[in-house]
Design a protein. Sequence first.
Length: 114
Amino acid sequence: MDSLTSVFTNCYGRCSAGKPISEIAIQKCGFYLPDHARYHYLLGLPEQEDLDRKIKQAMEAIEEYKPELDGVLPKDEYFTLTRTSNDLLAELLKNFSNIPSDVSGDIFGKIYEF
């Protein structure tokens, strides 16, 4: 998202008639993720945060900017995961952060297979 932020910073007030960053992102990338819907935001939340609620809010924000996903994302599935352990979601987020950024192919498909 750094390059998009750069485009926004360089253009703001001159090009795109002062459009908000969400509109520029949709135009350039086809979608926009608000800050609170981004993985690194969720990963960096304090452990005492209500992660299931934050994940649901993130998915609702995604649906706001990508309406065709409305009703598709599993917004309520994470509440059941926290019934037995409040640490489970935080551990899951941390595990995904260990996936190398230069991995190629269908890594999630491969994870699912195992």
